[in-house]
Design a protein around this ligand. Structure first.
Ligand code: NAD
Length: 495
């Protein structure tokens, strides 16, 4: 059903708005989810006119790819006519009065029923100021819903995250806050629950009696690109582990929710994160390793410290691998190995569930031939989407040999193209008031508790960087992390 809402996008001239928000809103419009009763106010400091803003929105749709001729269609023009631009400095109280007047005018013109979605596509240091002004200058309506969508990074550690949360909570309740973790908008991540709780076979094996270990890899092949300014203040631990990886860990290790509802799911995920052991500084050093990329083997790519905007002695990690321990009732003792980094051998996000060795191999015909390959269930998240299950079958030779094969399912390109992009799904959910795929404050806070000790321990001593060659899967220490447990990374591409 078509929704009525006013979007106020702070940071309307920025990269996120251009690349993700305008195309996503257009897709929702194409599908009829937004129709006549919606409007968008884009705000930022630049003095744009509405006409110029319409052009920008049309270009954003064109640059989004698919079906290039749709850009100049009547539909695209009609869509862009719902966009209004208001030049605005978020620190200036008077500007909020102008914004409120425009919002009220559009509310009446488009029959928006007082429903407002404030999208903060801006640096988090502005969140508190914006939220405070939205309240004090009475942009928040009392006759419709008011929802605040915010982006990562949500703080730099637990304390700054708390400060940020207190600042926005002064104007919005937790139920009104939609914290985006775009991994939660990905189809394959949303499928984890279906896989675990929609299959008797898989669900009944998903426990410490059967699972040997869990591995999560979020590998990027690109380097820091144009983001050095931000990255120098963040690093891989804050940028990827605190949010995306720990969200995935919570979905993989949570107990079964009673129903697939936002509140049930949130409770189980919070519980799952609280079950992850918080390490002492000594344990953090033993269980987490960091890396920073050097040149590639052919000396064609720059090392991190020579990228534009980085410090020549930078101590920022572009790679993290870690071992997490859970105390969850069903998975206690099952190690969770996580890994993420830039300039790795291949771009891929995947999860491997490695099952235990057989207790007894009745097919062994010599002493050295006692071990069969472990069953491994792999979830491909991106760019490939699909599943692989490694099982053992008869080898087909005369003697009774056993060999591993892969049962593979990969989504076709056509099927993938039909799946809505993460931002489209998340904006759709926010319009629906469905918070299932947004991060709750308790999740964010617990994730900071888990990574803070690692960060603080690392900050106390310099690392010997760079320590991995671009185009490999990270430093040797990441291999050693598993080797000492007599394991190896399942995903091991060579460039
Ligand atoms: P950007 O620098 O491209 O855009 C920032 C916007 O804020 C611009 O529109 C700018 O005019 C506006 N702005 C800055 N100071 C202002 C002020 N005082 N008053 C009014 N407007 C002001 O940044 P971005 O890449 O669009 O990212 C926005 C936020 O989203 C950041 O917090 C970022 O970390 C987060 N984020 C971005 C992406 C992405 O793909 N770009 C992905 C995830 C998270």
């Amino acid at each position: 059903m078509a929704q009525s809402a006013l979007f106020i996008i702070f940071g309307g001239t920025g990269d996120l708005a251009y690349r993700k928000l305008y195309p996503s809103l257009f897709r929702l419009y194409e599908k009829g989810y937004l129709k006549d009763d919606f409007a968008v106010i884009g705000t930022a400091r630049r003095p744009w006119t509405d006409e110029h803003y319409h052009e920008v929105v049309m270009n954003a749709i064109a640059d989004d790819g698919h079906e290039s001729d749709r850009t100049n269609s009547e539909l695209a023009h009609k869509f862009a006519s719902h966009f209004y631009y208001q030049s605005h400095n978020v620190n200036d109280t008077e500007h909020y009065v102008a914004l409120r007047n425009l919002a009220d005018k559009l509310d009446a013109k488009y029959n928006l029923k007082g429903n407002r979605i404030y999208y903060l596509a801006m640096a988090p240091r502005f969140f508190g100021t914006i939220a405070g002004h939205l309240k004090s200058e009475k942009l928040i309506t009392d006759h419709g819903y008011n929802r605040l969508i915010i982006e990562k990074p949500f703080g730099r550690d637990l304390q700054t995250a708390k400060d940020l949360n207190d600042a926005i909570s002064a104007a919005f309740s937790e139920e009104q806050i939609y914290r985006i973790d775009h991994y939660l908008g990905k189809e394959a991540i949303q499928s984890i629950a279906a896989l675990r709780f929609g299959n008797e076979v898989i669900g009944s094996l998903w426990n410490k009696a059967h699972i040997d270990n869990i591995q999560i890899t979020l590998a990027e092949s690109l380097g820091v690109e144009e983001r050095a300014g931000y990255y120098e203040t963040a690093g891989a631990l804050r940028d990827m582990v605190q949010n995306h990886i720990l969200q995935i860990v919570s979905l993989l290790t949570m107990e079964e929710p009673k129903a697939y509802t936002a509140s049930e799911l949130r409770d189980r995920k919070v519980e799952a994160l609280r079950n992850i052991k918080i390490y002492s500084p000594e344990e953090a050093l033993q269980n987490f390793v960091r890396g920073q990329y050097g040149e590639d083997a052919d000396h064609e790519q720059l090392d991190y410290r020579h990228e534009e905007g980085t410090d020549e002695n930078s101590q920022i990690e572009t790679f993290v691998a870690g071992k997490l321990e859970t105390e969850s009732p069903s998975l206690a003792g099952v190690p969770i190995y996580v890994r993420t980094g830039k300039r790795l051998a291949q771009k891929s996000t995947q999860i491997s569930i490695v099952f235990k060795d057989l207790k007894q191999n009745i097919f062994a015909n010599s002493e050295s031939d006692t071990k069969l390959a472990q069953n491994v269930l792999t979830l491909f998240i991106e760019p490939d989407q699909g599943y692989r299950f490694d099982i053992n079958v008869k080898s087909g030779e005369q003697s009774y040999g056993v060999m591993p094969i892969h049962l593979d399912y990969h989504k076709s390109a056509a099927k993938k193209a039909k799946v809505p992009e993460a931002y489209e799904k998340l904006i759709h959910d926010a319009l629906d008031g469905n918070r299932t795929n947004f991060a709750h404050w308790h999740e964010v806070a617990q994730a900071w508790r888990i990574v803070d000790v690692v960060r603080k321990t690392w900050d106390k001593q310099d690392a010997d960087f760079p320590n991995y060659v671009s185009g490999t899967m990270g430093p040797e220490a990441a291999e050693e992390l598993l080797r000492r447990d007599h394991r190896t990374w399942v995903y091991n591409p060579k460039r």
